[in-house]
Design a protein around this ligand. Structure first.
Ligand code: URA
Length: 208
């Protein structure tokens, strides 16, 4: 991590800064030409994150899809619209109450699953974002995020993980739910996602 920060030219001074927006904006700028894996050859842009970096809750998705690649923000396509709808039904404001990032920052061609070497190349960026945002709770959206954030290379099912909190690789409580794209294919999953998001936000209330 420290090596990566040096490589990006983000120095100690900035890391100590309270200005998360400024740090993230410098960070976005530093990684916009990233060529650490093959995905740089097919992506339109690096999709870093969206939302309120001062929020207590961070969502981690998988990787950008077609619309995210075009617009430059996570979860702005069909799955993202479903996520926004669920949040609204719970009275949660997407821009104010959550910060959203992905495990990988560039779109895999044809929205295929990310490959292990792509995840390995990209996750120092997620690690950095978590360090800056320092959320109180992380919700993983989908399998790849869960494998990485919960450090579960044994690849459990979402159903084995959801509904309770686990210790993440960041030592921050985390849980996982189904990816909103899965709920587009199987609408019965929407209620599970809603329940899981509700549980995450209730945990924040509990802590105060
Ligand atoms: N799916 C994800 O996992 N992330 C996005 O940003 C969009 C779709």
């Amino acid at each position: 991590m420290e090596e990566m920060l040096k490589g990006l030219g983000i120095d100690e001074l900035i890391l100590k800064s309270e200005d998360k927006l400024k740090v993230l904006s410098i960070f976005s700028d530093k990684i916009k030409d990233c060529k650490k894996c093959r995905l740089h050859t097919s992506r339109k842009q690096v999709v870093v994150g969206v939302g309120n970096p001062y929020s207590d809750v961070m969502f981690v998705g998988e990787g950008p899809g077609r619309e995210e690649d075009i617009k430059g923000y996570p979860f702005v396509g069909k799955a993202g619209r479903l996520l926004t709808e669920i949040l609204e039904e719970l009275g949660i404001d997407r821009d104010r109450d959550v910060y959203i990032a992905n495990v990988i920052k560039c779109r895999p061609p044809g929205n295929r699953d990310p490959m292990m070497d792509e995840i390995n190349a990209c996750t120092p960026y997620l690690d950095f974002q978590v360090r800056i945002i320092s959320p109180k709770v992380i919700l993983c959206l989908g399998r790849y995020s869960m494998y990485y954030v919960l450090n579960r290379m044994d690849q459990p099912k979402i159903s084995e993980i959801r509904g309770k909190f686990h210790v993440s690789r960041y030592n921050i409580p985390a849980t996982a739910t189904y990816h909103p794209a899965a709920a587009l294919r199987n609408p019965t999953l929407k209620e599970f996602i809603k329940k899981d998001i509700d549980m995450v936000f209730k945990k924040i209330v509990e802590r105060f």
